[in-house]
Design a protein around this ligand. Structure first.
Ligand SMILES: [Zn+2]
Length: 143
């Protein structure tokens, strides 16, 4: 599915950029330069830059149009949905998620890691750089 998305993003990247002849330093929309007849083209995104390949354009689309998932925040939200909002300790009423996080940071971060893996396996979040950055799948789809 991730590859599927990447293919579509690459397609978008091609649509949003123009073939560019670096030798003549000009756009060559047909894919072949009408000055030097080269077909070895860079890609030009007006206002963004000129580079080889499409990866940088995909990156640009992701960065400008999507907000990466804040894993910590999203995980905390899922905890809040699983457990009662507050917990009573003696006479104190405490926020459950905060207690979990603060009383056992190691278990918290393990659980966060497991949650991340699970969300990603279920296709709820998706990463194009091996988990460095995640995006919500439904937002990528909406692109
Ligand atoms: Zn040329």
């Amino acid at each position: 599915m991730q590859n599927n998305f990447y293919e579509k993003l690459t397609q978008m990247a091609l649509e949003r950029s123009t073939p560019f002849c670096y030798g003549c330093y000009k756009d060559a929309p047909s894919g072949r330069c009408n000055t030097c007849f080269s077909d070895d083209m860079m890609r030009h995104v007006p206002g963004v830059g000129v580079e080889w390949g499409t990866e940088w354009i995909v990156q640009h689309i992701l960065e400008t149009e999507l907000t990466p998932v804040n894993l910590e925040e999203a995980f905390e939200e899922s905890i809040r949905q699983c457990y009662p909002e507050t917990v009573k300790v003696g006479w104190m009423t405490l926020d459950t998620a905060s207690v979990l996080r603060e009383m056992d940071p190691v278990a918290w971060s393990i659980a966060l890691g497991e949650w991340e893996t699970q969300e990603s396996e279920e296709g709820i979040i998706v990463s194009f750089n091996d988990g460095g950055t995640y995006y919500w799948t439904h937002e990528v789809e909406a692109l």
